[in-house]
Design a protein around this ligand. Structure first.
Ligand SMILES: C[S@@+](CC[C@H](N)C(=O)[O-])C[C@H]1O[C@@H](n2cnc3c(N)ncnc32)[C@H](O)[C@@H]1O
Length: 331
């Protein structure tokens, strides 16, 4: 098997999360069943020998799924998964231990776990450069897909009818949500994106779509957003939070004034099938929602209140694309 880059290993870990979660649940079931089967063992409502055998078989399947990715399952309790990689010409293992919120440790192959060190911060900068390059590459045709407009409309509709003084559109792309926000008659809109190609497309459209020049376009990283604390009345983030990770939610709490509103969309976990290149830039610390409740929990656990979630299903080209549209308030 080949080596992983850090973004690739993080994306693989994100895909493996449901498998690892199931491993942890089943491991506990198997331990409880095994204990009940020992002489004098305490009975369990989980069952007996057949259930124990079924749990073992399923655990084997899950462990095989992990190994097939090219990652090495080094520990079972606690789970320890290593991704072979190279950092500055040195063979290392990127190392995830059960309980780690994301993949942020490595150790030299020859040193083992005792040589575990934190990954340097520059790794996240490198992955932003990769993201900018990937999105630059799709900027020219991005607006051909009408899906983006529908998501943006749903986000803006849920912000309420009061005109916000300052709107921040995070990861604006070609500006679809920023332009949609103009109908709220805001004082100003700050639209930021890491991709110069996307921002150039947005600026080209602004000549006709924003005659009052209320939108400021800026090539900037989403986290931290270039807004002072409590400097925004509303934050929009269409189809992008899954590329930004949990830190973006924390940053919006910082950037919004108390009572300010956020509207963001997220893909549904089981339907999210990015190409390999895009999968590699998806951070591992934000678990995509499978249900409306999961999506609401992401916002409320981050600290937002008055959370509402709607599922938006859009039919186009013989397929249905679905996202969760989340609105919430900064307390
Ligand atoms: C799927 S597009 C969504 C664009 C737009 N919001 C829309 O709904 O059409 C994702 C956008 O996120 C931007 N992006 C990815 N990582 C970013 C980061 N770390 N900081 C700022 N923008 C980022 C990309 O450049 C891209 O324009």
């Amino acid at each position: 098997m080949g080596l992983f880059t850090v973004p690739e290993a993080r994306a693989e870990l994100a895909r493996l999360r449901p498998v690892l979660d199931e491993l942890v649940r089943l491991r506990a079931d198997a331990a409880e069943l095994a204990a009940s089967l020992r002489p004098g063992g305490r009975e369990t409502s989980l069952g007996g020998m057949p259930e124990w055998k079924a749990a073992q078989a399923r655990l084997d399947d899950l462990m095989t799924t992990v190994q097939r990715t090219g990652a090495e399952l080094k520990g079972f309790a606690p789970l320890l998964v290593d991704f072979p990689a190279e950092l500055d010409g040195v063979d290392v293992l990127l190392c995830w231990l059960e309980g780690d919120p994301e993949l942020c440790w490595y150790h030299r192959v020859d040193l083992g776990f005792a040589g575990r060190r934190r990954l340097p911060d520059r790794v996240s900068v490198v992955s932003e450069e990769i993201a900018a390059g990937l999105f630059d590459g799709i900027a020219a045709h991005y607006d051909e897909d009408t899906f983006h407009g529908l998501v943006a409309d749903a986000l803006v509709d849920g912000l309420g009818s009061t005109a916000p003084e300052r709107v921040l559109d995070v990861a604006t792309g070609t500006g679809v949500a920023a332009f949609a926000a103009l109908r709220l008659e805001p004082g100003e809109v700050l639209a930021i994106d890491i991709s110069p190609g996307m921002i150039a497309r947005a600026e080209a459209k602004a000549a006709t779509d924003d005659p009052g020049k209320r939108i400021t376009w800026q090539v900037a990283s989403a986290v931290p957003s270039p807004v002072e604390d409590e400097g925004a009345d509303a934050v929009l983030c269409a189809s992008s939070l899954h590329f930004l990770g949990a830190a973006a939610l924390r940053d919006w709490l910082r950037a919004l004034r108390p009572g300010g509103r956020v509207g963001f969309s997220l893909p549904i976990a089981s339907a999210f099938r990015p190409s390999e290149a895009f999968a590699a830039i998806v951070p591992a610390d934000l678990k995509l929602p499978e249900t409306e409740d999961d999506a609401a929990e992401l916002a409320s656990e981050a600290g937002f209140t008055e959370v509402t979630v709607k599922r938006l299903d859009v039919e186009s080209d013989d397929r249905v694309r679905s996202v969760f549209v989340v609105h919430a308030t900064r307390p």
